[in-house]
Design a binder for this molecule. Structure first.
Ligand code: EPZ
Length: 418
């Protein structure tokens, strides 16, 4: 296993280019299962998770070619309908093949994803929604065995919680259903808009993009399309927070400022100067870091995927910050590691009370999940001395060339064998 070694205290200076969004690329890749016509995806990031879902598709008979960040996928030979446990257990987002497989083949057998470090993460809303579309679901031996007699039937589906991949799964099933499907309390994350754009480009009929009510009029088949993966707003937010932590200055390119409404407000409140361009952000921090309170919410609220990173920034303020995690039940795994670096954080239920000490000291720490590892990188950039982060395979799931991108803006960072 590899570790990342950072000598902290050097301000970030320079330009950082953002890659395509992990949480957009995964549903876009899954959507290519809906038709034998080839699909072209642009700006696809090179991540452990995108490589995993492509391996999964390959096991189903799909072929693909990657040329730089352009991916062409051909599922004309799709034959298998079973997504095995050994692939699904490494990435729970593999559940995204469920909807398209049922819509295309009338059959899907996908291993139940199981929990992960941040929570139990059930998929009951996915399954209830598919049952409303006429799918028969059997849960046995850790697998979801789903079949439909004939064609999926449009229906009205209400999500108790606006589930992101739940909305995506139902979207991908409903586009080929007979009749109209209405999804109420749908998630509104930008990644869902990206998927809707791809599906409409393939010939689907969908209304309500960016709202919590989606109306899908089923069609008989879909055709080839070409779509660009949107920039990764969580990667963008991570680097904005990193500049806040080091007190540097950076131009972030290939990003979409409109996808980070709540984060930009919070970071301005924390003392960062942020100038928005069409697809760039200019960010700097010269004065002290001010403490702000954060409550994670579904989009357009503060993203849960940036909670760990802004917590690292708050440990460097000189005030009190209350961070409330409302989406996942166990997303404070980074707290113990930050405390090893001198942070003063007290967890009380789903709130963490951070009393900023204005400084951190480098230490050997361990990554526990994808965004917790990003939080430790942010802390290491600002800490005095050396920070060694082990188990960086977590980081590789969602950050394309993080070490290279930071090294190119003046950070003393390297990756080495543990
Ligand atoms: C997506 O996960 C993202 N992953 C997550 O990003 C992100 O944190 C999350 O949305 C919230 O924004 C991908 O898009 C691949 P949910 P997802 O269904 O869809 C509960 C990262 O770091 N729930 O919106 O799995 C669930 O337990 C990852 O990139 C049910 O109870 O999240 C959670 O408490 C981490 N039953 C809440 O809803 C269900 O059937 C929101 O989950 C589905 C969800």
């Amino acid at each position: 296993m590899d570790k990342i070694v950072i000598e902290g205290g050097r301000p970030i200076q320079g330009e950082i280019t953002i890659s395509g969004a992990k949480n957009a690329a995964l549903p876009l890749i899954a959507a290519s299962l809906l038709t034998p016509e080839p699909q072209t995806l642009l700006n696809v990031p090179d991540l452990r998770d995108t490589r995993t879902i492509l391996k999964l598709l390959q096991s189903l008979g799909v072929t693909w070619k990657k040329n730089g960040t352009t991916l062409t996928i051909d599922s004309s030979n799709l034959g298998q309908h079973e997504a095995s446990y050994d692939l699904v257990k490494t990435m729970r987002a593999s559940v995204l093949v469920l909807g398209p497989l049922i819509a295309r083949l009338g059959r899907a057998k996908v291993s139940l994803p199981g929990g992960c470090a941040i929570g139990a993460r059930p998929i009951n809303f996915h399954l209830q929604g598919l049952e409303k579309l006429g799918v028969k679901i059997d849960l046995k031996e850790g697998y979801v065995d789903a079949t439909v007699d004939g064609r999926l039937q449009g229906s009205t589906i209400y999500f108790d919680i606006p589930s992101v991949t739940g909305t995506e799964n139902i979207l991908m099933a409903a586009v080929l259903a007979k009749g109209t499907t209405i999804v109420k309390n749908a998630a509104k994350e930008p990644e869902i808009g990206n998927l809707i754009d791809m599906l409409i480009g393939m010939g689907a009929k969908i209304e309500g993009r960016d709202t919590d009510k989606l109306v899908i009029h089923g069609v008989n088949n879909l055709k080839s399309s070409s779509i660009a993966t949107i920039p990764d707003r969580i990667e963008t937010g991570t680097y904005l927070i990193a500049v806040g932590a080091t007190g540097g200055e950076a131009t972030i390119t290939n990003c979409n400022p409109a996808h980070l409404p709540s984060l930009l407000e919070k970071l301005r409140g924390a003392g960062l100067h942020i100038k928005e361009g069409a697809n760039t952000l200019h960010v700097s921090r010269k004065g002290p870091i001010r403490s702000v309170d954060v409550k994670t919410m579904p989009y357009p609220g503060f993203p849960t995927d940036l909670q760990a990173q802004i917590m690292a920034l708050m440990t460097l303020s000189n005030g009190l910050s209350v961070i409330n995690e409302t989406i996942f039940e166990n997303r404070f795994m980074h707290v113990a590691e930050l405390c090893r670096m001198g942070a003063d954080i007290r967890v009380d239920g789903n709130s963490a009370i951070v009393s900023g000490k204005g400084r951190l000291s480098g230490a050997p720490v361990m990554a526990t999940d994808l965004r917790a590892s990003a939080s430790l990188v942010v802390a290491g950039l600002a800490a005095q001395g050396i920070t060694e982060i082990s188990r960086v395979y977590h980081l590789d799931r969602g950050y394309d060339d993080l070490v290279g991108k930071l090294a190119r803006v003046g950070v003393n960072i390297r990756r080495e064998k543990e």
